[in-house]
Design a protein around this ligand. Structure first.
Ligand code: NAD
Length: 354
């Protein structure tokens, strides 16, 4: 199969491209606009592979996306390109509407035109896989409950509202135009090549440098964490075996409060690279003013993908976190340029879960 992966130079997209090239026989075309969140270094391991191609392209450019689909004769469009950072969406929601809502609309229209021209024998396998987040469902109580595929949408942030809108467009293109759309909503990912504005990489790098570890509120917000390579495997299964018109929740059954996550990172780092000061890194935690509209808890019921598609996560939170911390210790060349100014975001000093 030939996959068109949008946003393949980002955190999850690059894990998907590496997975498809290194662990399967599929071909990959990666179309990415290379925003601040992209990092071509995340693709170095596969850049020279004959089954991999890169196209510098913006999903909002419908003719260009259609041309890419035709040129590479793609079978599956896996759509990850997005603005993905909740804090940025609060500061400037317009880009999120433009990329996540309008961009998804333009890509759906390109896919609809492409699908209409496909010969019958290639139509059966074609899928438009829209990759989304559990944040579209809103917040759960600390007491219990899980997001299922039937949970009503109730987004809280401009980011999650833009993703919710794009999910509705994708499913509408299936119901109205018959485009074979599959949708997935996943919990928080972590792992290698994660841009250091997000909670886990930010905490690892600040802790490594003996800098304060900002935590929103009292660190009580709970997220369900999934190792990014487990998500990449889930996405391949959904794109190739999922039923058109159906959505699949993906999660790790690994709920942790933000404070527990930060403490776990500190303890892992203390063990792998003892602090020169001799002082446990947990002492670096600083509570900061909470994010507006901060959802209290997200938790995923992943029983549909487990039962229907046979997917299971392979990493626990502890094993995945250890792999992640080791990756950041071993890959300074990847994150050093970002920390030293190529990325100038004022938000680096804050922490986030989105
Ligand atoms: P990311 O911010 O790391 O990467 C996004 C990528 O999209 C970047 O490479 C960027 O250059 C590209 N991009 C942005 N605008 C584009 C445009 N107009 N045209 C083409 N490319 C463009 O994001 P991520 O964390 O890897 O998330 C990928 C997808 O998965 C998103 O759709 C996100 O909503 C979803 N998701 C993320 C998580 C998570 O925990 N990170 C969880 C569930 C779902």
């Amino acid at each position: 199969m030939k996959f068109l992966v949008t946003g393949g130079a980002g955190f999850i997209g690059s894990a998907v491209c590496r997975h498809l090239i290194e662990n399967t026989e599929h071909h990959v075309v990666n179309a990415d606009a290379l925003t601040y969140a992209a990092n071509p270094a995340s693709l170095e391991a596969i850049a020279g592979n004959a089954r991999y191609r890169f196209e510098h392209a913006d999903i909002r450019d419908r003719p260009r996306m259609l041309e890419i689909m035709h040129t590479h004769a793609v079978d599956i469009v896996m759509h990850l390109a997005a603005e993905s950072h909740v804090d940025r969406s609060i500061d400037g929601p317009g880009t999120f509407v433009s990329t996540n809502v309008v961009g998804t609309f333009e890509l759906l229209e390109a896919a609809r035109a492409y699908y209409a021209d496909l010969p019958d024998e290639r139509r059966a396998a074609f899928r438009f896989h829209h990759v989304s987040t559990d944040e579209v469902f809103g917040a759960l109580d600390l007491g219990g409950g899980l997001f299922s595929e039937e949970t009503p949408y109730s987004p809280s942030s401009p980011y999650s509202a833009s993703k919710a809108a794009s999910d509705h467009f994708a499913i509408a293109w299936h119901r109205t135009y018959g485009l074979p759309v599959v949708l997935s909503n996943c919990s928080n990912n972590y792992g290698p090549c994660h841009f250091p504005e997000k909670l886990i990489p930010l905490t690892i790098l600040n802790a490594l440098h003996g800098e304060p570890l900002p935590v929103y509120g009292r660190g009580e917000n709970v997220r369900d964490w999934l190792y990014v390579e487990d998500h990449a495997r889930a996405l391949e299964v959904i794109a190739t075996k999922g039923e058109p018109g159906r959505s699949y929740n993906v999660g790790g059954r690994e709920e942790r409060s933000n404070l527990d996550v930060v403490h776990a990172i500190c303890d892992t780092l203390d063990r792998l690279k003892p602090p020169e000061s001799g002082e446990a890194r947990r002492t670096l935690v600083r509570f900061v003013e909470d994010r507006p509209g901060h959802d209290l808890r997200y938790a995923i019921d992943a029983s549909r993908i487990e039962a229907e598609l046979g997917w299971q996560p392979q990493e626990t939170f502890e094993s995945g976190l250890e792999r992640t911390v080791r990756w950041y210790l071993d890959n300074e060349a990847w994150w050093r340029p970002i920390r030293e100014g190529r990325y100038s975001g004022e938000r680096l000093g804050r922490t986030t879960t989105g």
